[in-house]
Design a protein around this ligand. Sequence first.
Ligand code: AMP
Length: 486
Amino acid sequence: MNLFGVLEQAAARFGDRGAVYLGTRQLHTWAQLRDRALRLAGSLSARHDTGARIAIASENRPEIIEVMFAVWAAGCVVVPINFKLHPREMAQILDDAGVSLVFASPKIAVGLDGAPVEVLGGAGYDVRLAHAPAVRANTDPGALAWLFYTSGTTGKSKGAMLSHRNLMAMTVAHLADFDAPDENHSLIHGAPMSHGSGLYIAPYVLRAARQVIPESAGFEPAEFLDLCDHHPGVSCFLAPTMVQRLVATGRPRPQNLTTVVYGGGPMYVDSLKKAMAAFGPIFVQLYGQGEAPMTITGLRRHDHLDASDAVLGSVGYARSGVEVAVLDDGGTPAGIDEVGEIVCRGDVVMSGYWNNPTATAATLVDGWLRTGDLGSFDGRGFLTLRDRSKDVVISGGSNIYPREVEEVLIEHPDVVEACVVGAPDDEWGEVVVAFIVGTATEDALDTHLLERIARFKRPKRYVHVDELPKNSYGKVLKRELRELVR
Ligand code: AMP
Protein backbone atom coordinates (compact mmCIF):
# COMPACT_ATOMS: atom_id res chain seq x y z
CA MET A 1 0.00 0.00 0.00
CA ASN A 2 1.27 3.44 -0.95
CA LEU A 3 -0.53 6.76 -0.71
CA PHE A 4 0.03 7.30 -4.41
CA GLY A 5 -2.77 4.74 -4.79
CA VAL A 6 -5.38 7.26 -3.66
CA LEU A 7 -4.55 9.47 -6.65
CA GLU A 8 -4.58 6.43 -8.95
CA GLN A 9 -8.15 5.70 -7.81
CA ALA A 10 -9.39 9.25 -8.32
CA ALA A 11 -7.76 9.44 -11.77
CA ALA A 12 -9.15 6.06 -12.84
CA ARG A 13 -12.72 6.89 -11.90
CA PHE A 14 -12.92 10.63 -12.53
CA GLY A 15 -10.09 11.33 -15.02
CA ASP A 16 -11.87 14.15 -16.86
CA ARG A 17 -13.15 16.01 -13.82
CA GLY A 18 -11.50 19.02 -12.25
CA ALA A 19 -8.94 18.14 -9.57
CA VAL A 20 -6.80 21.18 -8.77
CA TYR A 21 -8.02 24.78 -8.72
CA LEU A 22 -6.23 28.06 -8.14
CA GLY A 23 -8.97 30.28 -6.77
CA THR A 24 -11.91 29.70 -9.10
CA ARG A 25 -9.78 28.58 -12.05
CA GLN A 26 -9.40 24.89 -12.87
CA LEU A 27 -5.74 23.99 -13.44
CA HIS A 28 -5.75 20.20 -13.90
CA THR A 29 -8.12 17.27 -14.17
CA TRP A 30 -7.46 14.12 -12.13
CA ALA A 31 -5.87 12.44 -15.18
CA GLN A 32 -3.60 15.45 -15.71
CA LEU A 33 -2.66 15.58 -12.04
CA ARG A 34 -1.71 11.90 -12.14
CA ASP A 35 0.35 12.44 -15.27
CA ARG A 36 2.19 15.45 -13.79
CA ALA A 37 2.90 13.56 -10.57
CA LEU A 38 4.28 10.60 -12.51
CA ARG A 39 6.55 12.79 -14.64
CA LEU A 40 7.90 14.51 -11.54
CA ALA A 41 8.30 11.05 -9.97
CA GLY A 42 10.32 9.94 -13.00
CA SER A 43 12.63 12.94 -12.57
CA LEU A 44 13.06 12.12 -8.86
CA SER A 45 13.70 8.38 -9.37
CA ALA A 46 16.42 9.22 -11.89
CA ARG A 47 18.49 11.05 -9.27
CA HIS A 48 17.37 10.00 -5.78
CA ASP A 49 17.29 6.63 -4.06
CA THR A 50 14.18 5.05 -2.56
CA GLY A 51 13.64 6.55 0.87
CA ALA A 52 15.33 9.87 -0.03
CA ARG A 53 13.90 12.83 1.85
CA ILE A 54 12.44 15.50 -0.41
CA ALA A 55 11.37 18.75 1.29
CA ILE A 56 8.66 21.23 0.35
CA ALA A 57 9.08 24.79 1.62
CA SER A 58 6.35 27.00 0.28
CA GLU A 59 3.29 29.01 1.11
CA ASN A 60 0.13 27.26 -0.17
CA ARG A 61 0.54 26.57 -3.88
CA PRO A 62 -1.14 24.13 -6.29
CA GLU A 63 2.18 22.37 -7.10
CA ILE A 64 2.42 21.08 -3.51
CA ILE A 65 -0.21 18.42 -4.28
CA GLU A 66 1.54 17.00 -7.36
CA VAL A 67 4.91 17.09 -5.59
CA MET A 68 3.59 15.10 -2.62
CA PHE A 69 2.17 12.37 -4.85
CA ALA A 70 5.32 12.42 -7.00
CA VAL A 71 7.49 11.86 -3.94
CA TRP A 72 5.35 8.90 -2.89
CA ALA A 73 5.25 7.48 -6.44
CA ALA A 74 9.06 7.64 -6.42
CA GLY A 75 9.20 5.71 -3.12
CA CYS A 76 10.64 8.76 -1.36
CA VAL A 77 9.67 10.67 1.80
CA VAL A 78 8.09 14.11 1.85
CA VAL A 79 9.35 16.69 4.37
CA PRO A 80 6.93 19.64 4.41
CA ILE A 81 8.41 22.67 6.15
CA ASN A 82 6.47 25.52 7.76
CA PHE A 83 7.08 28.40 5.35
CA LYS A 84 7.00 30.93 8.18
CA LEU A 85 10.20 29.57 9.72
CA HIS A 86 13.42 31.58 9.69
CA PRO A 87 15.91 30.38 7.02
CA ARG A 88 18.22 29.32 9.87
CA GLU A 89 15.46 27.10 11.29
CA MET A 90 14.72 25.68 7.84
CA ALA A 91 18.39 24.89 7.34
CA GLN A 92 18.37 23.01 10.65
CA ILE A 93 15.49 20.81 9.45
CA LEU A 94 17.06 20.20 6.03
CA ASP A 95 20.22 19.13 7.78
CA ASP A 96 18.50 16.94 10.39
CA ALA A 97 16.40 15.13 7.78
CA GLY A 98 19.33 14.75 5.38
CA VAL A 99 17.18 16.26 2.63
CA SER A 100 18.50 15.72 -0.89
CA LEU A 101 16.17 18.16 -2.67
CA VAL A 102 13.89 21.04 -1.66
CA PHE A 103 10.93 22.15 -3.75
CA ALA A 104 10.60 25.80 -2.74
CA SER A 105 8.39 28.67 -3.83
CA PRO A 106 10.30 31.57 -5.46
CA LYS A 107 9.86 33.61 -2.27
CA ILE A 108 11.29 30.95 0.05
CA ALA A 109 14.01 29.80 -2.37
CA VAL A 110 15.78 33.16 -1.97
CA GLY A 111 16.58 32.38 1.68
CA LEU A 112 17.76 28.81 1.07
CA ASP A 113 21.30 29.62 0.03
CA GLY A 114 23.42 26.57 -0.65
CA ALA A 115 20.56 24.03 -0.38
CA PRO A 116 19.67 21.85 -3.41
CA VAL A 117 16.56 23.79 -4.47
CA GLU A 118 14.05 23.31 -7.28
CA VAL A 119 11.85 26.37 -7.63
CA LEU A 120 8.15 25.50 -7.92
CA GLY A 121 6.88 26.67 -11.28
CA GLY A 122 10.41 27.56 -12.46
CA ALA A 123 12.24 26.48 -15.63
CA GLY A 124 13.82 23.42 -13.96
CA TYR A 125 10.40 22.39 -12.71
CA ASP A 126 9.07 22.48 -16.29
CA VAL A 127 11.95 20.26 -17.40
CA ARG A 128 10.90 17.73 -14.75
CA LEU A 129 7.33 17.85 -16.06
CA ALA A 130 8.68 16.84 -19.49
CA HIS A 131 10.38 13.75 -17.99
CA ALA A 132 9.07 10.28 -18.90
CA PRO A 133 6.47 9.15 -16.34
CA ALA A 134 7.65 6.45 -13.94
CA VAL A 135 6.52 4.67 -10.77
CA ARG A 136 8.89 3.23 -8.20
CA ALA A 137 6.45 3.21 -5.32
CA ASN A 138 7.42 1.38 -2.20
CA THR A 139 4.43 -0.82 -1.32
CA ASP A 140 5.45 -1.60 2.27
CA PRO A 141 2.79 0.16 4.37
CA GLY A 142 5.37 0.67 7.10
CA ALA A 143 7.63 2.67 4.75
CA LEU A 144 8.13 6.33 5.67
CA ALA A 145 5.84 8.73 3.83
CA TRP A 146 6.14 12.04 5.73
CA LEU A 147 8.62 13.52 8.19
CA PHE A 148 6.52 15.90 10.26
CA TYR A 149 8.73 18.44 12.00
CA THR A 150 7.45 19.70 15.34
CA SER A 151 9.14 22.49 17.26
CA GLY A 152 11.21 20.79 19.91
CA THR A 153 11.07 21.77 23.57
CA THR A 154 14.87 21.81 23.52
CA GLY A 155 14.87 24.30 20.66
CA LYS A 156 15.68 21.66 18.07
CA SER A 157 12.93 20.42 15.76
CA LYS A 158 12.12 16.73 15.87
CA GLY A 159 10.89 14.81 12.82
CA ALA A 160 7.91 12.57 13.64
CA MET A 161 8.21 9.59 11.29
CA LEU A 162 4.84 8.97 9.64
CA SER A 163 4.39 5.90 7.45
CA HIS A 164 1.91 5.23 4.66
CA ARG A 165 0.00 3.11 7.18
CA ASN A 166 -0.14 5.98 9.70
CA LEU A 167 -1.54 8.38 7.10
CA MET A 168 -3.97 5.77 5.78
CA ALA A 169 -5.25 5.20 9.34
CA MET A 170 -5.76 8.98 9.59
CA THR A 171 -7.56 8.96 6.23
CA VAL A 172 -9.90 6.12 7.14
CA ALA A 173 -10.69 7.65 10.57
CA HIS A 174 -11.45 11.00 8.92
CA LEU A 175 -13.90 9.40 6.49
CA ALA A 176 -15.43 7.25 9.24
CA ASP A 177 -15.83 9.93 11.90
CA PHE A 178 -15.93 13.38 10.37
CA ASP A 179 -16.79 13.82 6.73
CA ALA A 180 -18.17 11.98 3.69
CA PRO A 181 -16.86 13.85 0.64
CA ASP A 182 -17.25 12.68 -2.96
CA GLU A 183 -16.43 14.00 -6.42
CA ASN A 184 -19.00 16.78 -5.95
CA HIS A 185 -17.12 18.17 -2.95
CA SER A 186 -14.12 20.46 -2.45
CA LEU A 187 -11.33 20.90 0.06
CA ILE A 188 -10.20 24.53 0.32
CA HIS A 189 -6.67 24.92 1.65
CA GLY A 190 -6.88 27.95 3.94
CA ALA A 191 -4.53 26.62 6.63
CA PRO A 192 -0.88 25.78 5.84
CA MET A 193 -0.45 22.73 3.61
CA SER A 194 2.75 21.83 5.46
CA HIS A 195 0.55 20.85 8.40
CA GLY A 196 -3.17 20.16 8.94
CA SER A 197 -4.53 21.16 5.56
CA GLY A 198 -1.85 19.15 3.76
CA LEU A 199 -2.50 16.07 5.87
CA TYR A 200 -6.13 16.19 4.71
CA ILE A 201 -5.12 15.97 1.04
CA ALA A 202 -5.18 12.14 1.23
CA PRO A 203 -8.80 11.59 2.40
CA TYR A 204 -10.19 14.16 -0.04
CA VAL A 205 -8.16 12.93 -3.03
CA LEU A 206 -9.29 9.37 -2.24
CA ARG A 207 -12.87 10.60 -2.80
CA ALA A 208 -11.86 12.78 -5.78
CA ALA A 209 -12.95 16.00 -4.06
CA ARG A 210 -11.57 19.17 -5.66
CA GLN A 211 -8.37 20.62 -4.21
CA VAL A 212 -8.71 24.39 -4.08
CA ILE A 213 -5.78 26.70 -3.33
CA PRO A 214 -6.64 30.35 -2.64
CA GLU A 215 -4.85 32.84 -4.90
CA SER A 216 -3.60 34.68 -1.82
CA ALA A 217 -1.67 31.47 -1.00
CA GLY A 218 -3.01 31.65 2.52
CA PHE A 219 -6.02 32.61 4.58
CA GLU A 220 -7.95 35.79 3.77
CA PRO A 221 -11.45 35.51 5.28
CA ALA A 222 -13.28 37.40 2.48
CA GLU A 223 -11.49 35.49 -0.28
CA PHE A 224 -12.13 32.22 1.54
CA LEU A 225 -15.87 32.89 1.81
CA ASP A 226 -16.04 33.94 -1.86
CA LEU A 227 -14.39 30.65 -2.84
CA CYS A 228 -17.00 28.79 -0.78
CA ASP A 229 -19.67 30.44 -2.92
CA HIS A 230 -17.97 29.19 -6.06
CA HIS A 231 -17.02 25.57 -5.29
CA PRO A 232 -19.44 22.74 -4.44
CA GLY A 233 -19.69 21.05 -0.99
CA VAL A 234 -16.81 22.77 0.74
CA SER A 235 -14.84 21.24 3.61
CA CYS A 236 -11.78 22.74 5.24
CA PHE A 237 -9.44 22.45 8.16
CA LEU A 238 -8.97 25.72 10.05
CA ALA A 239 -7.14 26.72 13.21
CA PRO A 240 -9.54 28.12 15.84
CA THR A 241 -8.32 31.69 15.20
CA MET A 242 -9.18 31.34 11.52
CA VAL A 243 -12.73 30.30 12.45
CA GLN A 244 -12.99 33.44 14.58
CA ARG A 245 -11.77 35.58 11.71
CA LEU A 246 -14.43 34.09 9.40
CA VAL A 247 -17.12 34.86 11.97
CA ALA A 248 -15.77 38.38 12.46
CA THR A 249 -16.53 39.21 8.80
CA GLY A 250 -20.20 39.28 9.81
CA ARG A 251 -21.09 37.50 6.58
CA PRO A 252 -23.61 34.65 6.61
CA ARG A 253 -22.49 31.08 6.00
CA PRO A 254 -21.99 30.42 2.29
CA GLN A 255 -24.49 27.70 1.39
CA ASN A 256 -21.77 25.44 0.02
CA LEU A 257 -19.66 25.52 3.18
CA THR A 258 -20.64 22.27 4.86
CA THR A 259 -17.76 21.15 7.08
CA VAL A 260 -15.24 23.11 9.12
CA VAL A 261 -12.81 20.95 11.04
CA TYR A 262 -11.15 23.01 13.75
CA GLY A 263 -8.42 22.02 16.16
CA GLY A 264 -4.70 21.98 16.70
CA GLY A 265 -5.14 24.48 19.53
CA PRO A 266 -7.77 25.46 22.09
CA MET A 267 -11.13 26.76 20.86
CA TYR A 268 -12.77 28.61 23.72
CA VAL A 269 -16.44 27.69 24.36
CA ASP A 270 -17.61 31.27 23.89
CA SER A 271 -15.96 31.51 20.47
CA LEU A 272 -17.37 28.14 19.44
CA LYS A 273 -20.90 29.19 20.39
CA LYS A 274 -20.55 32.41 18.38
CA ALA A 275 -19.27 30.44 15.41
CA MET A 276 -22.19 28.01 15.58
CA ALA A 277 -24.67 30.87 15.93
CA ALA A 278 -23.22 32.50 12.81
CA PHE A 279 -22.67 29.46 10.59
CA GLY A 280 -24.83 26.67 11.99
CA PRO A 281 -23.98 23.04 12.77
CA ILE A 282 -21.05 22.61 10.38
CA PHE A 283 -18.26 22.27 12.95
CA VAL A 284 -16.14 19.26 13.80
CA GLN A 285 -13.33 19.28 16.35
CA LEU A 286 -10.13 17.30 16.22
CA TYR A 287 -7.51 16.78 18.85
CA GLY A 288 -4.28 15.37 17.49
CA GLN A 289 -0.59 16.10 17.17
CA GLY A 290 2.14 15.55 14.62
CA GLU A 291 2.96 12.28 16.35
CA ALA A 292 -0.61 11.01 15.81
CA PRO A 293 -1.66 13.17 12.88
CA MET A 294 -5.11 14.80 13.23
CA THR A 295 -6.40 11.74 15.07
CA ILE A 296 -6.57 11.21 18.83
CA THR A 297 -10.06 12.35 19.86
CA GLY A 298 -12.79 14.43 18.26
CA LEU A 299 -16.24 15.94 18.49
CA ARG A 300 -18.44 15.13 15.52
CA ARG A 301 -20.90 17.55 13.98
CA HIS A 302 -23.91 16.19 15.87
CA ASP A 303 -21.99 16.15 19.17
CA HIS A 304 -22.05 19.96 18.96
CA LEU A 305 -25.87 20.12 18.82
CA ASP A 306 -27.58 21.08 22.09
CA ALA A 307 -24.32 20.26 23.84
CA SER A 308 -23.43 21.38 27.35
CA ASP A 309 -20.49 23.73 27.93
CA ALA A 310 -18.60 20.76 29.35
CA VAL A 311 -18.94 18.89 26.06
CA LEU A 312 -18.16 21.95 23.93
CA GLY A 313 -15.13 22.64 26.11
CA SER A 314 -13.89 19.08 25.75
CA VAL A 315 -11.90 17.58 22.89
CA GLY A 316 -14.46 14.82 22.44
CA TYR A 317 -13.88 11.09 22.53
CA ALA A 318 -11.48 8.55 21.01
CA ARG A 319 -11.36 8.46 17.22
CA SER A 320 -12.07 5.28 15.26
CA GLY A 321 -9.10 2.93 15.49
CA VAL A 322 -7.43 4.85 18.31
CA GLU A 323 -7.23 3.82 21.94
CA VAL A 324 -6.87 6.75 24.34
CA ALA A 325 -6.09 6.67 28.05
CA VAL A 326 -5.17 9.06 30.85
CA LEU A 327 -2.38 7.80 33.06
CA ASP A 328 -1.57 8.98 36.56
CA ASP A 329 1.99 9.66 37.75
CA GLY A 330 2.51 5.97 38.45
CA GLY A 331 1.52 5.05 34.88
CA THR A 332 -1.81 3.42 35.76
CA PRO A 333 -5.14 4.55 34.28
CA ALA A 334 -6.51 7.58 36.14
CA GLY A 335 -10.07 7.55 37.49
CA ILE A 336 -12.97 9.57 36.10
CA ASP A 337 -12.31 13.33 36.31
CA GLU A 338 -8.78 12.65 37.53
CA VAL A 339 -6.09 14.57 35.65
CA GLY A 340 -3.12 12.72 34.16
CA GLU A 341 -1.07 12.51 30.99
CA ILE A 342 -2.99 11.68 27.84
CA VAL A 343 -1.60 8.69 25.96
CA CYS A 344 -2.82 6.90 22.84
CA ARG A 345 -2.05 3.96 20.58
CA GLY A 346 -3.20 2.66 17.22
CA ASP A 347 -2.15 2.53 13.58
CA VAL A 348 -2.08 6.31 13.36
CA VAL A 349 0.79 6.69 15.84
CA MET A 350 4.28 7.49 14.47
CA SER A 351 7.08 4.97 14.71
CA GLY A 352 9.42 7.45 16.43
CA TYR A 353 11.49 10.59 15.82
CA TRP A 354 13.92 10.64 12.93
CA ASN A 355 17.48 9.98 14.12
CA ASN A 356 16.53 10.68 17.71
CA PRO A 357 16.32 7.46 19.77
CA THR A 358 16.43 9.37 23.07
CA ALA A 359 13.35 11.46 22.27
CA THR A 360 11.65 8.38 20.80
CA ALA A 361 12.25 6.36 23.96
CA ALA A 362 10.84 9.17 26.10
CA THR A 363 7.73 9.52 23.93
CA LEU A 364 6.82 5.96 22.92
CA VAL A 365 6.59 4.12 26.22
CA ASP A 366 5.15 0.63 26.72
CA GLY A 367 3.41 0.84 23.37
CA TRP A 368 1.74 4.18 24.15
CA LEU A 369 2.39 7.59 22.63
CA ARG A 370 2.86 10.04 25.49
CA THR A 371 1.27 13.21 24.20
CA GLY A 372 2.69 15.57 26.82
CA ASP A 373 -0.84 16.93 27.27
CA LEU A 374 -2.67 16.69 30.56
CA GLY A 375 -6.36 15.86 30.65
CA SER A 376 -9.19 13.94 32.24
CA PHE A 377 -12.06 11.74 31.09
CA ASP A 378 -15.64 12.17 32.23
CA GLY A 379 -17.95 9.20 32.81
CA ARG A 380 -19.00 9.08 29.13
CA GLY A 381 -15.49 9.08 27.68
CA PHE A 382 -15.29 12.77 26.81
CA LEU A 383 -11.75 14.02 27.26
CA THR A 384 -10.95 17.52 28.50
CA LEU A 385 -7.48 19.04 28.13
CA ARG A 386 -6.33 20.61 31.38
CA ASP A 387 -2.88 21.90 30.65
CA ARG A 388 0.01 21.20 28.40
CA SER A 389 2.89 19.65 30.20
CA LYS A 390 5.15 20.67 27.34
CA ASP A 391 4.43 24.38 28.00
CA VAL A 392 3.82 25.04 24.33
CA VAL A 393 2.16 28.35 23.45
CA ILE A 394 -0.31 28.07 20.57
CA SER A 395 -0.75 31.43 18.89
CA GLY A 396 -2.89 31.74 15.78
CA GLY A 397 -2.67 27.98 15.26
CA SER A 398 1.14 27.93 15.33
CA ASN A 399 3.03 26.17 18.10
CA ILE A 400 5.67 28.22 19.85
CA TYR A 401 7.92 26.57 22.37
CA PRO A 402 8.95 29.04 25.11
CA ARG A 403 12.36 27.46 25.55
CA GLU A 404 13.26 28.19 21.93
CA VAL A 405 12.44 31.90 22.33
CA GLU A 406 14.09 32.04 25.76
CA GLU A 407 17.31 30.62 24.44
CA VAL A 408 17.57 33.35 21.82
CA LEU A 409 16.57 36.13 24.26
CA ILE A 410 19.29 35.01 26.63
CA GLU A 411 21.86 35.40 23.85
CA HIS A 412 21.33 39.20 23.99
CA PRO A 413 24.15 40.87 25.96
CA ASP A 414 21.73 43.04 27.95
CA VAL A 415 19.48 40.19 29.06
CA VAL A 416 20.27 38.53 32.36
CA GLU A 417 17.34 36.16 32.52
CA ALA A 418 14.30 35.52 30.37
CA CYS A 419 11.15 33.50 30.76
CA VAL A 420 8.43 33.10 28.16
CA VAL A 421 4.81 32.11 28.79
CA GLY A 422 1.52 32.20 26.89
CA ALA A 423 -1.22 34.67 27.79
CA PRO A 424 -4.85 34.18 26.73
CA ASP A 425 -5.80 36.45 23.85
CA ASP A 426 -9.15 36.95 22.14
CA GLU A 427 -7.72 37.23 18.65
CA TRP A 428 -4.81 34.77 18.64
CA GLY A 429 -5.95 32.23 21.26
CA GLU A 430 -2.68 32.83 23.05
CA VAL A 431 0.16 35.31 22.65
CA VAL A 432 3.78 35.08 23.71
CA VAL A 433 4.79 37.22 26.69
CA ALA A 434 8.44 37.51 27.71
CA PHE A 435 9.58 38.36 31.23
CA ILE A 436 13.00 39.99 31.07
CA VAL A 437 15.58 40.66 33.76
CA GLY A 438 18.07 43.13 32.27
CA THR A 439 18.31 46.47 30.49
CA ALA A 440 17.64 45.45 26.86
CA THR A 441 14.92 47.62 25.34
CA GLU A 442 11.89 46.23 23.50
CA ASP A 443 13.24 47.52 20.19
CA ALA A 444 16.64 45.96 20.77
CA LEU A 445 15.05 42.60 21.64
CA ASP A 446 12.77 42.71 18.60
CA THR A 447 15.73 43.35 16.28
CA HIS A 448 17.74 40.62 17.98
CA LEU A 449 14.93 38.06 17.57
CA LEU A 450 14.12 39.02 13.98
CA GLU A 451 17.66 38.08 12.98
CA ARG A 452 17.40 34.67 14.57
CA ILE A 453 13.93 33.15 14.71
CA ALA A 454 10.64 33.26 12.83
CA ARG A 455 8.69 36.50 13.11
CA PHE A 456 5.58 34.78 14.49
CA LYS A 457 7.49 33.53 17.53
CA ARG A 458 8.40 37.01 18.78
CA PRO A 459 6.76 38.06 22.05
CA LYS A 460 3.81 40.36 21.62
CA ARG A 461 4.59 41.81 25.04
CA TYR A 462 7.71 42.31 27.17
CA VAL A 463 7.57 42.70 30.93
CA HIS A 464 10.73 43.93 32.64
CA VAL A 465 11.13 42.58 36.18
CA ASP A 466 13.84 42.77 38.86
CA GLU A 467 13.89 39.01 39.31
CA LEU A 468 11.99 35.91 38.25
CA PRO A 469 9.99 33.96 40.84
CA LYS A 470 11.83 30.72 41.64
CA ASN A 471 11.39 27.68 43.85
CA SER A 472 13.95 26.44 46.33
CA TYR A 473 15.80 24.56 43.61
CA GLY A 474 16.20 27.76 41.66
CA LYS A 475 13.68 26.62 39.01
CA VAL A 476 11.58 29.44 37.56
CA LEU A 477 7.95 29.19 38.64
CA LYS A 478 6.28 29.53 35.25
CA ARG A 479 2.87 28.95 36.74
CA GLU A 480 3.18 32.17 38.78
CA LEU A 481 4.12 34.12 35.68
CA ARG A 482 1.18 32.64 33.80
CA GLU A 483 -1.14 33.69 36.61
CA LEU A 484 0.35 37.17 36.43
CA VAL A 485 -0.38 37.63 32.71
CA ARG A 486 -3.89 36.26 33.10
P1 AMP B 1 1.07 19.76 16.61
O1 AMP B 1 1.93 18.58 16.82
O2 AMP B 1 1.79 20.92 16.05
O3 AMP B 1 -0.14 19.42 15.80
O4 AMP B 1 0.52 20.26 18.07
C1 AMP B 1 -0.20 19.35 18.85
C2 AMP B 1 -0.67 19.96 20.14
O5 AMP B 1 -1.67 20.95 19.92
C3 AMP B 1 -1.34 18.95 21.03
O6 AMP B 1 -0.42 18.16 21.75
C4 AMP B 1 -2.21 19.81 21.92
O7 AMP B 1 -1.46 20.38 22.99
C5 AMP B 1 -2.63 20.93 20.97
N1 AMP B 1 -3.98 20.64 20.41
C6 AMP B 1 -4.27 19.90 19.33
N2 AMP B 1 -5.60 19.83 19.13
C7 AMP B 1 -6.18 20.54 20.11
C8 AMP B 1 -7.54 20.83 20.47
N3 AMP B 1 -8.58 20.40 19.75
N4 AMP B 1 -7.73 21.61 21.57
C9 AMP B 1 -6.70 22.09 22.30
N5 AMP B 1 -5.40 21.83 22.02
C10 AMP B 1 -5.14 21.07 20.95
